[in-house]
Structures are given as C-alpha cells and as structure tokens.
Design a protein around this ligand. Sequence first.
Ligand code: ATR
Length: 270
Amino acid sequence: MDQYRVFGNPIAQSKSPFIHQQFATQTEQIINYQSELVDLDKFELAVSELIADNGKGANVTAPFKEQAFILCDELSERAKLAGAVNTLIFSNGAIYGDTTDGVGLVSDLLRHQIQLQKSKILLLGAGGAAKGVVQALLEQSPTSLTIANRTLSKAQAIVSQYPDQAIHAVTFTDTEQLSFDIIINATSAGLSGESLPISNATIKSAVACYDMVYGKHPTAFLIQAKTLGVKHIIDGLGMLVGQAAESFKLWRGVSPDIEPVLISLRTQLK
Ligand code: ATR
C-alpha cells in the first residue's frame, strides 16, 4: 500500500492522519497515512526510511519545514519563496518539495466569501507562517499587502523578495494610522494566549479578521475582533484542511471535498 506520513515534533496533536484518511475514503484511494514523531536530529533518516517503505509522500510540520526544504532535489517556485516545505513527493528516486499553506489560506478565505481582489490586506507576523502565505495572497491581486511585525527587519526581508509588487513592511505602531479590509494573524502570539499590540480602531476598520491558529477557544485576537463587531471572524481550521486537500491533490491527482471533513473536525474540537 502507498505510504504517507506527517513528520513533526511534537506530533501527537496532529489532525492530518484523520483528515487524509477521510479524503482517501471519500475519493476511494487506498493509502496508509500515519503521524510520526521524529527526533530533532533524525529528520533525514525518517524520510529515507519512509522512501524505502513504499513511501509516496509526506507532510512536514514544525520544526522540520526548513530542513525539508534543504533536503529536496527539486522545489516548486512557491516553496522557494517561502523557504520552507510542508509537502514532499517521492518520485523516480527524487524528492520534490512544495508548500500548500498559502493555497490553504486563500481557499479558506474565498470559501468564506471574503473578497481578496482589490482589498487592503494586513498580515501580522513575519515568521515562517507569514512567509508561507505571502505569494498566494499577492496572486489574488489585492490593492496592497502590508506586513506588520514586532521586528521590522523581518517584515522588510519578506517584502524585498517581491520587487515591484504592492507590498509594504510596517511596525505595529504604524498600523494605527492605517485601515484595512482584511487582517490575518500569522504571529505565534495566539498559541501562547498573548494579545497583539494592534489598536481597536485598526481592527474595527476590517470586514474580516483571520487567525491561522485554531483551537477549542478563539484566540485573544479573534475575541478582540468579535467584541469590536468585525463581520467575519475566522480561525485557522479551514486553512489546515485546505492545505491538506492541496497536498492530497498533489499526491493522488484528485481534489477531495473539504466541507464534511471540516464539519467533523469542528465537532471534535468542541
Ligand atoms: P512561525 O513558524 O509560527 O511563524 P516563527 O517563525 O517563530 O514561528 O515566527 C513567530 C512570529 O510571531 C514572528 O513574526 C514573531 O515576531 P518577531 O519576528 O518580532 O519575533 C511573532 N510573535 C510572537 N509572539 C509575539 C507577540 N507576543 N507579539 C507580537 N508578535 C509576536
């Protein structure tokens, strides 16, 4: 049977085996997809063991996305821009790397009928999560994409990758003077329950606030947005399923339906 894995550390909490098993049942694909806890210095070994065991592909999560990038023989353009890989494809003795996080985010926003074209988008954060979605957002032709980060130089470094595009780097303080249609939180602040230094006025200007983090309870950022009456409040569960669907399509050549899987996951979270 064709083997697939998700490699990470930690990995016990991963929803990917459930998601891909549901996709496989839905599309009548015979695959075995498991999660695998990998020691921090054993990523390369885990990949070669999988290849030897009829592995056809893998997902890669924290902290291995950059190591996966280095390991690949070939990379998609979007993976090169992200500097990270979340999807590996093993074919003809080579390792091909791609990143599907950006597609996952954009497809989820569009599914919620959030208009990206001609919108002013604010992306909070300039770490791996932010870097992975910039190209996909720019492809939607927004009026502007503004990246705000605590450490301005990291936002500036991302912006410099996209010359001649409507993309800007700012500090959190700068955002107080600006208004946006969509605000996307790609910082890790939500994970640790911290709130972000972003003003109520800026949040209120948006029609949609999105947090890439998901969980049983909304993040501080989404609670703030909800309290301020922002119309669309969305967490990252749909992005998770969306990126998985894109990986599945790359591996199996069929597009699964994300809706029923999302409904099951939402129920499980409660
Ligand atoms: P990830 O892969 O999840 O993006 P990361 O690369 O460590 O993780 O990046 C974390 C991001 O969250 C960074 O943009 C970080 O800001 P800095 O670059 O200034 O460190 C941001 N971040 C984390 N905690 C934050 C907080 N409390 N307030 C504002 N930004 C925060």
